[in-house]
Design a protein around this ligand. Sequence first.
Ligand code: ADP
Length: 495
Amino acid sequence: MDIADWEKRYVEAVSNVREQLLNVQGVFVAYNSNIDAMKHIREDEIKKLIGILGCKKVNERIALYPREIKDPVDLMARLIIAMRDGKAAEVPTYSNDIHEWLMDNLVFDSARMGGQAGIISNLLANLGVKNVITYVPWLSREQAEYFADSPNLRHPVMENGELVLKHPKEAYDPQQKPKINWIIEFSRGMKFSCAGEEYKIPRDNRLIVSSRPDWIHIDMAPGMYEHLSDIREGIDGAILAGYQMIKEEYQDGSTYKDYVQRAVNVIQRLKGCNPQMRIHVEFTSIQNKVIRKAILTDIVKKHVTSLGLDTVEVANALNVLGYEELAYSVINKGENSILSLYEGAVMLLRELELQRVHIHSLGYYICVVSKDHPLDADAHRQALLFSSALAATQASLGSIRSLDDISAGLAIPVYGQGYDDLIELERHLVRTGVCTAGDFEDGCISADGHDLIIIPSKVVKEPVATVGIGDAISAGAFVALLAKMPKMNICRMPE
Ligand code: ADP
């Protein structure tokens, strides 16, 4: 099948999913919303900041590779590492001092909704999905301002012992402080020097300084947790993200184990006795390996049905699950990396007892689906195509205001390199007898108890923005699948 055939499939899939989207009753989305302070840093500003802190200090700190930002020198060290390598990075900071220092010395260009759950909630609301229930454990007045002004977007609040749903602007806690992350973007070609070292930035990318003040808890008030069953009937599935904010230890003596247990309890409450409830977890980079492993083996495994992640995150996940060699070949970028990615996806599906693993990469998406998933490979492929058109829309417009915007993404051509990678995988699978070329033509094979669906994606040459595209891909595909799911009778479970 050539690229022109894929383009036809795109048009068909988008048209189908558009018609079906109103079948979705509702989606619950939690936990992480924050305010993103965006700053596109200029060459003169980098030089100014280095000047304030001193080259020697910054250079010594680069060698130490700080995994947490404790002071402005740590910040500058991680920014220079990200710029030197042209790689995206997200580094936590646990105090408010960095925000204040950046406000004094840099100031942001603009602010917008950030955090996977916040971005996904607004996206689904803007796409017109009925009943988007968003939940942020730290909903402040400032945060509420960044939610889409849409009547289909609501947040639970407890009133007189009852759970009621209100727009976030009517549901915030006036005492709550806002969580503000900094996103410092840099451009390819910028040059500067520090302690005799010359730097030339090889790629556009960004450093995210993720603020994690003490009051960040991935949690729910007990009263609300007990009433989750009230919203169960109005939703077909949930998208959960933000577990990376769980800490190993808390000041009150509790540990990550307590928060993992609470996270599992929330999922169990949402599912109730409805085995068809779809639960998607959007993974992200998690520096702490204890937490990364606990999220995968204690929250995702057995409790979650679907997992979304990018290629680096696949490697990170495989690494803590004990597949170091496979993890290495996934990120090695060699000619076999797409094959390793496929093997890695299958490994995650099996190890974590999932029904679906969706990996997005620049140029193609790979999805492996277990045999017990209620939808066929064609439905899964349509969901991926829809999500790729959505991602291209997000990349070319910077935001998605309504479902009609998707025509902008649809107009972006299929990425040639992604198509070539897909052909590479096909050759390998045919050569090793896993499938025939005919099977692969459909972008799917049935082997070893799972289906493989792989599509070439649409890639925008000069994206307006890069943050949140991965979230749009995962949420778009998940909601498209919800729209295609046969509707079940949902039982009410006695509490
Ligand atoms: P984010 O946190 O920004 O969502 P991820 O790494 O999770 O980052 O996702 C980024 C994904 O976005 C990539 O895997 C790729 O599929 C997609 N993407 C990135 N740039 C573009 C682009 N210019 N056009 C279309 N898709 C893109």
